[in-house]
Write a protein that binds this ligand. Structure first.
Ligand SMILES: Nc1nc2c(ncn2[C@@H]2O[C@H](COP(=O)(O)OP(=O)(O)O)[C@@H](O)[C@H]2O)c(=O)[nH]1
Ligand SMILES: [Mg+2]
Length: 454
């Protein structure tokens, strides 16, 4: 194991800048740089000396001997003054003394390999640092403290115990009929299913808090899409004019609704056009729509299209993308929400009851926000969401699929060998979440996405 070093504070100027050193040479580096190794875990005021014995800076040094440190190895922290030149000089000095600059995420990677944190916890470190809202930070903290990992592990244990039963049935085939019918096994199956539901739900919430929802505002030219984006963003992000076809580029804004991060995309109005630039805008709009989590389809209430033409507009959207329909320009219509026009045939599934808003006055926007949260399945202040990533949700889904196949095989009295194999695969999928089962490739991708010094 070599010794690594990196600034632990962000680049720039600040009151304090920290260089962290980790590895077998940390104590020797401390001795050369400070003149002595600080007492373990004691803040020690010291000069930081260069090779000639001249001070580079003076500050606080902290020494955490392994194995009771974050990474499990000896760690030295140098708290100097937070200026880029001081940090550079300190880094150069510790490298001169035998450390090498750390790769992104390398400290946390070492903590993982030392068994100090599992993979889900290591990811939670990065998620906490990158949290975009208080809710996301709380969820990351829950994962970091191991709540998510404990749930996954207890699920894995339950699957293992079921495996033991099935393996026993393989070894003692004469008793299989009684084994299958036993209330014990039925109880275990139901228990595991309930756990999958709970963990899957909490992880999906956590993923939502971390990654947010990609909402694309679509509709005909002049429906008020750009006006709505500006309203939601609270500033004039997009150009709004009376001229249809004003928006040509795809515009993105990050908006927060009660902690739910929304990535809202404004697009060119959908229509046939001979204008080359606008045509490219429409092409891009369609590409955005195809990969949206939700399309917010804006219709101009003053234009009141026929039910058939509105249906045709909605059906022209790519199949499978969820759509929320909103009628805009309510301010130009009297008592618009109560109008029979929005009931009956026009009350499409894309918005029932009709969602009527005004991008100009802000009318109906609270309702719009509520519907967006509802469509995302977001539970505000939802209890016990842990920060989770798409990777976790996907692995949970795979584990669940294997488990369900095993359950159905048991019901159909398939061969126990096949059942055992499904359970084993499900168990492995769960292990990917905490890193009990992992590939170098996966680890490289995860830790490589960290910031340097973490
Ligand atoms: N009265 C009224 N006018 C609106 C509303 N929303 C947009 N407009 C107007 O409709 C026109 C087109 O708006 P814009 O946001 O550019 O539509 P887009 O083409 O869908 O992006 C502009 O003149 C806006 O001022 C609304 O809620 N009420
Ligand atoms: Mg526009």
């Amino acid at each position: 194991m070599d010794t690594i070093a990196a600034p632990a504070t962000p680049p720039g100027r600040g009151g304090i800048g920290i260089v962290r050193v980790c590895g077998p040479r940390a104590a020797a580096i401390a001795a050369a740089l400070l003149g002595r190794v600080p007492n373990p875990r004691r803040a020690t005021l010291s000069a930081f000396l260069d090779a000639a014995g001249e001070p580079i800076d003076a500050g606080i040094a902290l020494f955490f001997p392994g194995p009771a440190s974050f990474t499990g190895e000896d760690v030295l922290e140098l708290h100097g003054h937070g200026g880029p030149v001081v940090m550079q000089l300190l880094m150069a000095r510790v490298v001169e003394l035998g450390a090498r600059p750390a790769r992104p995420g390398e400290f946390t990677e070492r903590a993982f390999f030392a068994g100090k944190v599992d993979l889900a916890q290591a990811e939670a470190v990065a998620d906490l640092i990158e949290a975009g809202s208080a809710q996301a930070a709380r969820a990351a903290m829950r994962s970091l403290q191991g709540e998510f990992s404990r749930e996954v592990e207890s699920l894995a244990t339950a699957v293992t115990e079921l495996r033991v039963y099935v393996e026993a049935a393989i070894d003692f085939p004469d008793e299989d009929v009684e084994f299958l019918g036993s209330a014990e096994v039925a109880g275990r199956l139901a228990d595991i299913e309930g756990r999958f539901d709970r963990v899957g739900h909490a992880a999906a919430q956590g993923r939502l808090l971390r990654d947010g929802l990609h909402v694309v505002i679509a509709g005909k030219p002049n429906a008020g899409k750009s006006s709505l984006l500006n309203r939601l963003a609270g500033h004039e992000a997009a150009i709004v004019t009376e001229t249809p076809g004003t928006t040509r580029d795809v515009l993105r804004e990050r908006i927060d609704i009660d902690g739910l991060p929304l990535h809202v995309v404004d697009t060119a109005g959908l229509r046939e056009t001979d204008d080359v630039v606008e045509g490219e805008g429409v092409r891009r709009a369609r590409a955005e729509i195809a990969r949206a989590d939700l399309v917010l389809y804006l219709a101009d209430a003053t234009q009141a299209p026929s039910p058939a033409s509105l249906r045709a507009e909605l059906e022209a959207l790519p199949a499978g993308v969820p759509v929320l329909l909103a009628w805009n320009k309510a301010d130009l219509m009297e008592g618009v929400a109560g109008q029979s026009y929005f009931k009956g045939e026009n009350a499409t599934a894309a918005s029932s009851p009709a969602l009527v808003i005004s991008a100009r006055t802000g009318f109906g926007l609270d309702e719009l926000r509520a519907r967006l949260k509802e469509r995302a399945g977001y539970e505000q202040g939802g209890t016990g969401a842990f920060s989770a990533r798409a990777r976790h949700v996907e692995a949970l889904g795979r584990a669940r699929a294997h488990f369900e196949r095993a359950r159905d095989m048991l019901a159909a009295r398939s061969s126990f060998e096949l059942v055992a194999e499904e359970l084993r695969l499900g168990h492995d999928a769960l292990g990917e979440i905490t890193g009990a089962v992992s590939s170098d490739d996966l680890l490289g991708r995860i830790f490589g996405s960290f910031c340097i010094g973490k």
